[in-house]
Design a binder for this molecule. Structure first.
Ligand code: NDP
Ligand code: MG
Length: 398
């Protein structure tokens, strides 16, 4: 059964739902703050976090009058403290301070930290039964069974922000999941959709970050270019909707108008569509079960004219094949896949390895670790640590 709990006590529509944003200085974080600013009084910001962006965090905290801010980098504490002097906003630094942001009593916690670094504050929010609007897919990939088990125990509600999962959530029959025949994730195909392997060999970080449709942070942009992003999303979908990997599918749809689909046993296919603007799924998760106005451009299908589809090419995009294998293997394999990918993407950004090395490092790391059981948080942390160690050595050897 899915832990996305479709029924819950309706929040007051009037005002002042408390909201924490983890990763407030990033692409998703800023778009969330944009919606907060456009809806005065609707959300009261409890806490904001960042890793090292002092100016961005301080400006955001002032603008929304946050109660608490936490920055991951401890060395940034004096500068952040100075930037918020006289505001009364509580300031803290370090990994424990970021975790504390998740533990503080906000009704909704939007998770937009990039990578497995989002796990501790996410777990803190899940443990106290909060409503989580989840953008930070890596947390569900590396520790999905732990997060969902904790959510079932605490009564936490998990709402997807990732556009595909938000689309599925909107058209999924939560009361009768057995009527779902397939959950179909759409993929734009990324900037190298039509490239040969040879052409991909020499692409730069800038090329990989130039996504044809979405404007996003560097890590997810590179994941979109390798199609690892779609692989992480398959694993994320399995955690959120629990339909089993045999009922998951991916279709490349370059226009990114259909954000995903659910096929039912009677042959009906329900899709959610919209312009590619993350403020639509963010607003849906924040206001759920209501809908609110957004400033997003409206879909003009007559102008778009064509919606096209093609099967993903697993040979040119081996990262997606690796994710499928990790999903089928289960246990620690998704955690290893995610950790190795984080190391390999960081190495690509740092100019230490080429684009094609990313999937290769992930593949070799998975070969070395195999898949073990993932029976709790300690097992997650150990699988993550070991995979990072192996992937780092593989990067160094190149
Ligand atoms: P960004 O890189 O733009 O932002 C990442 C945020 O996380 C920043 O606030 C950053 O702080 C913070 N952060 C980074 N590392 C750490 C750390 N070690 N500890 C604490 N905080 C940290 O990422 P995006 O907004 O693009 O993506 C965020 C998440 O949302 C990812 O998991 C991504 O896959 C997912 N997502 C993003 C979409 C998008 O459109 N961008 C769409 C769907 C999902 P600082 O600024 O100080 O470095
Ligand atoms: Mg997505």
């Amino acid at each position: 059964m899915s832990v996305v709990q479709a029924e819950r006590t309706l929040r007051s529509a009037t005002a002042g739902t408390s909201l924490t944003i983890l990763g407030a200085t990033g692409s998703v974080g800023k778009q969330t703050l944009d919606l907060v600013a456009r809806n005065p009084g609707r959300w009261q910001v409890e806490a904001l976090t960042a890793n090292s962006d002092v100016d961005g965090l301080a400006a955001a905290a002032r603008a929304c009058n946050a109660r608490y801010v936490a920055i991951g980098d401890e060395a940034a504490y004096p500068a952040l403290k100075a930037a918020l002097a006289g505001t009364g906003i509580e300031v803290a630094a370090g990994a424990e301070a970021v975790r504390e942001a998740g533990a503080r009593p906000a009704e909704i916690v939007l998770t937009a930290i990039v990578g497995a670094a989002g796990l501790p504050p996410t777990l803190a929010a899940v443990k106290r039964g909060a409503t989580l609007a989840i953008a930070n897919k890596e947390t569900l990939v590396c520790a999905g069974p732990v997060v969902t088990a904790l959510a079932r125990a605490s009564g936490a509600t998990l709402l997807p922000v990732d556009s595909e999962h938000n689309a599925i959530f909107q058209v999924f029959d939560h009361a009768a999941p057995e009527r779902v025949r397939k959950v179909i994730l759409t993929a734009s195909g990324g900037p190298f959709r039509t490239f040969s392997r040879e052409a991909m060999r020499h692409v730069s970080v800038k090329d990989a970050c130039a996504h044809p449709v979405w404007s996003m942070g560097a890590k997810i942009s590179i994941d979109s270019a390798t199609l690892m992003n779609k692989g992480l999303e398959l694993i994320e979908a399995e955690q959120l909707f629990a339909v089993g990997h045999a009922r998951l599918d991916v279709i490349v749809h370059p226009q990114s108008v259909i954000h995903s689909m659910v096929e039912y046993v009677d042959g009906s296919v329900l899709a959610q569509m919209g312009t590619p603007d993350m403020r639509i799924p963010i607003a849906y998760a924040l206001a759920w079960p209501e809908r609110i106005e957004t400033p997003c451009a409206r879909l003009d299908l007559a102008r778009i004219v064509n919606l096209s589809f093609e099967a993903p090419d697993l040979e040119r995009f081996p990262a997606l094949a690796l994710a499928w294998e990790a999903l089928r293997a289960g246990g620690s394999a998704p955690c290893v896949l995610n950790a190795a990918n984080e190391i390999a993407v960081a190495a690509f950004i740092a100019g230490k390895v080429g684009f094609l090395d990313i999937a290769d490092v992930v593949s070799r790391t998975l070969d070395k670790t195999g898949s073990g059981p993932l029976d709790g948080l300690d097992a997650v942390l150990e699988a993550d640590r070991l995979a990072r160690e192996i992937a780092t050595a593989l990067v160094a050897a190149r």
